[in-house]
Design a protein around this ligand. Structure first.
Ligand code: CDT
Length: 315
């Protein structure tokens, strides 16, 4: 039986601070309708898709900070995404800032969910690799305060088996900076992941290392292509991009096959749907040959090396 899914990577252009959630959700619903017209089964949206990328500002007023967070999902403002998914029979992923009461305290995470074609949440991931800094650094052209506004995610990298309407695919998620770390892919590769859905917001300018700026697009694709190939998985990378509040962010949203090849890529830095037909079985020959983990990985050797340095690796 064919296990081909049609996937839409729904890149979003800039979201300014003055844009309301209703403005953004309307843009997202338009992309969902375009995805349905293109026969998509699933549409992937970027990291922190509902607002401007707020960690670029130092804020002390907790109410102001919390205005960028979602207390419930769906809420009145995000409900149209879920009803449209149900109406169109279209699964989607959504990145957002999550505020939750857990373990008797208020917690804040950089979160992404996978929603099934029936409009129900089937998986949740909370970003683990939080880049940037926790204190105000006025010398920067703009801040990157993810370490201030979010806790490190506490759900690891779950891989979930979707229903028959998504060909029982094994789906995993990661968020932005996670894509630069081989561990993010490998933890899911070890669970047999077939498709990794990931959203990002990446400024062109990296204040502590401006010499990296010219390589931003190259590094973006380098890490995702390597992660796809080395773990025999599709990778769907989706940007929020363009010039947001004076901060320029890379685009380059793309769909990468388990071969490591980019099969479809955005050509703008605006709202743009990138579509590809993705065979979930394409990774199998890699999983059975070059990357047959059971046969060729040497975890005992890796452990010996890292244990000497006091680190721990997954089996
Ligand atoms: N959102 C996010 O994780 N962005 C980072 C920027 C790193 S510069 C502090 C990224 O890795 O793309």
């Amino acid at each position: 039986m064919s296990r081909v899914l049609t996937i839409g990577a729904a890149q979003l252009g800039a979201i300014q601070r003055s844009h309301s959630r209703a403005d953004v959700v309307a843009r997202m619903v338009a992309l969902m309708r375009e995805a349905a017209r293109n026969g998509c089964d699933l549409v992937a949206f970027p990291e922190l898709a509902l607002t401007t990328f707020f960690p670029r500002w130092f804020m002390e007023d907790q109410a102001e900070i919390d205005s960028f967070f979602e207390r419930e999902m769906p809420s009145n403002e995000t409900a149209p995404l879920f009803t449209t998914a149900r109406e169109l029979g279209l699964a989607f992923t959504l990145g957002y800032a999550e505020l939750t009461e857990e373990e008797g305290r208020t917690r804040r995470f950089n979160t992404q969910i996978l929603v099934g074609k029936d409009g129900r949440i089937v998986a949740k991931y909370r970003k683990i690799h939080l880049p940037g800094h926790a204190e105000h650094e006025p010398w920067r052209a703009f801040q990157h305060l993810e370490k201030r506004y979010f806790e490190v995610g506490n759900l690891s990298w779950p891989v979930v088996r979707a229903g028959a309407d998504l060909h029982s695919g094994l789906f995993g998620q990661m968020i932005c900076n996670d894509r630069r770390w081989p561990e993010s892919y490998r933890v899911m590769g070890l669970q047999g992941v077939e498709m990794i859905l990931l959203g990002y917001n990446t400024p062109v300018h990296n204040p502590p290392a401006p010499d990296h700026d010219r390589l931003g697009d190259f590094h973006n694709h380098l890490v995702m292509q390597a992660g796809a190939y080395q773990n025999a998985s599709w990778v769907i990378g989706v940007a929020k991009c363009g010039v947001e509040e004076g901060c320029e962010m890379i685009g380059g949203s793309c769909i990468i096959a388990p071969t490591g090849e980019i099969v479809a890529q955005a050509v703008t830095r605006e709202d743009e749907l990138v579509v590809a037909r993705c065979d979930l079985d394409l990774g199998r020959s890699y999983r059975n040959s070059t990357f047959n983990f059971a046969r060729h990985r040497e975890p005992a050797q890796y452990r010996m090396i890292v244990e000497r340095k006091g680190a721990v690796l997954p089996d």
